[in-house]
Design a binder for this molecule. Structure first.
Ligand code: DQA
Length: 151
């Protein structure tokens, strides 16, 4: 009997995250976006997940990716970046999920400016992991691999 195919997971990143490494390294660290992709895909392989990492500065594209995930029942690790704080369109797309969706943040938005304290996505996510640097993504992938998310 052949081994089970790895479960596919989408790691979706919102605006400005493609600039990791050079973007405010005191807040977001020195790992580049390419480094993030590498760490997520490598950990995914170890956990038996086929991880595909994407990033966009475009709200419509993010919404289309969330529709794609809902239609294919794909689990999602979502760093909505600034969309977190105001995009009801993205929230409504995330609410259509048919598999776990974990909201992640590199920084801890609650320890930062007040406008970052609101997440319009949190209430429709399975859970949120924030403040552990790039490690937030790794914790989310481990939670998905362990089937920890409830929703
Ligand atoms: C972020 C936090 C957001 O407030 C911010 O707009 C980002 C990144 C994070 O990963 O810490 O772009 O989502």
């Amino acid at each position: 009997m052949s081994a089970a195919a790895p479960r596919k997971v989408l790691v979706l990143n919102g605006p400005n995250l493609g600039r990791l490494g050079s973007r405010e390294p005191d807040v977001y660290g020195s790992t580049s976006y390419a480094g993030l992709v590498e760490r997520c895909t490598r950990l995914g392989r170890e956990l038996g997940l086929e991880v595909e990492v994407r990033e966009t500065n475009d709200e419509g594209e993010m919404i289309r990716w969330l529709h794609e995930a809902a239609d294919a029942s794909l689990p999602v690790v979502l760093n909505p970046a600034a969309f977190t704080h105001y995009s009801y369109g993205m929230r409504d797309a995330a609410a259509q999920r048919t598999a776990p969706l974990i909201e992640v943040h590199i920084s801890n938005p609650h320890a930062r400016e007040e406008f970052r304290h609101t997440s319009v996505v949190a209430a429709v996510a399975s859970g949120t992991i924030a403040g552990f640097g790039i490690g937030s993504y790794e914790l989310a992938l481990r939670a998905l691999a362990d089937d920890r998310p409830q929703g």
